[in-house]
Design a protein around this ligand. Structure first.
Ligand code: ZN
Ligand code: ZN
Length: 361
């Protein structure tokens, strides 16, 4: 039984059950050559039993260079018989893979540990003032202490919810692959994403009314990862009948829907990926939509998206075009994780842009 949520992926599956029942087992996406994935695996293996040269083929072609880096960093020791783990305790590996230690959520009055939030999500989910749900109970965060990786909370059921706002910018570091088709170019490459949670809105639960916006003083976070992106020429957007003032809304809506649908082609969660869209990006000098992997170094989602871009974007277009809402809703172009309050969004022009991109590709 599938209980469908109000998001683009579930909406697509409800209307296209063959995507679930008529398909072979999905491809699990993992990039074993990513040093962020491989290095902790090598440390764990060496802690069990020293690694020998005969073991290296098991770990892929980048094992040796990764081992060299671990030796240079003093984490492993190279001896004639192999590579040795040097510490007394076992390697500290985060199985969720997000990098950095998790933030502990602690009830201040009792000292009880309620759970943990990975570092990547902590600024969004447990910033000071956030309403944090844990196993059906609401807590309000009194303080997020980044130095100690702890969020102190108390149980409280306020009649508002909190919605973080962030500012994100992205720099293209290198282009790995690119495919040009008329006015559209699809690319895959390394990017650096800088984001900062700057404030949050409090909204009345009953009415959705905005009560106020509170500023936050959180540091920037920098993520080096892999992204897939597409550009489209301004002339083609003109020809498709999309007024220039609607470009940001059209691209933003297409970005949200495509993030929502990526789990259809890559085994990931929409919370594992992020996006950025703009009518003019400094590195591409064109209207651009980026979708990036939320894991440092990339976990393989962007590569997968690049490889099956037409299937992925066709499903995205279908969801947006077939959604019966007027102006966009959580089932098509709105995103629960939008750092910009789902603004601007233009559903109808998103369909036009996606049609243009697909026709070209
Ligand atoms: Zn809709
Ligand atoms: Zn957004």
């Amino acid at each position: 039984m599938l209980v469908a949520r109000d998001d683009p992926l579930d909406t697509y599956l409800v209307h296209h059950p063959e995507a679930l029942f008529g398909k072979p087992v999905e491809a699990t996406v993992l990039d074993p050559a990513n040093p962020h994935v491989l290095a902790p695996q090598l440390c764990c293996a060496a802690a069990e039993l020293p690694l020998t040269p005969a073991d290296l083929p098991l770990f892929g072609p980048t094992a040796e260079t990764t081992l060299d880096a671990l030796v240079a960093a003093g984490i492993l020791r190279r001896r004639p018989s192999g590579w040795y783990w040097t510490e007394r305790q076992r390697p500290d590996v985060d199985l969720r893979g997000a990098g950095g230690g998790p933030v502990a959520v602690v009830e201040e009055s009792t000292g009880r540990l309620l759970g943990t939030v990975d570092t990547g999500s902590a600024h969004h989910q447990v910033h000071t003032g956030a309403v944090h749900l844990h196993q059906g109970t609401a807590y309000v965060v009194d303080k997020l202490d980044l130095a100690d990786s702890v969020a102190l909370v108390h149980a409280e059921e306020p009649d508002w919810s909190t919605h973080p706002r962030d500012v994100t910018s992205l720099t293209v570091l290198s282009v790995r692959q690119t495919r040009t088709a008329g006015p559209v170019t699809l690319s895959l490459g390394e990017v650096e994403v800088t984001s900062q949670v700057v404030s949050y809105q409090r909204r009345r639960i009953s009415s959705g009314e905005v009560i106020d916006t509170c500023q936050l003083d959180l540091p920037e976070r920098i993520l080096k990862t892999v992204a897939v992106w597409w550009t489209v020429s301004p002339e083609a957007l003109d020809e498709a009948g999309i007024p220039e003032v609607d470009w940001p809304g059209a691209l933003h809506a297409a970005e949200h829907a495509s993030i929502g649908l990526l789990p259809l082609v890559a085994t990931c969660d929409r919370w594992d990926i992020g996006g950025l869209s703009t009518a003019l990006h400094a590195d591409t000098a064109l209207p651009t939509v980026f979708v990036y992997d939320g894991h440092p170094g990339g976990a393989g989602f962007a590569e997968r998206a690049f490889d099956v871009a037409t299937d992925w974007l066709a499903a995205t277009r279908t969801v947006v075009a077939e959604c019966r809402c007027e102006q966009g809703c959580p089932s098509c172009v709105q995103s629960p994780k939008c750092g910009n309050g789902n603004n601007p969004l233009n559903k109808h022009d998103a369909v036009r842009v996606l049609t243009l991109v697909l026709a070209s590709l």
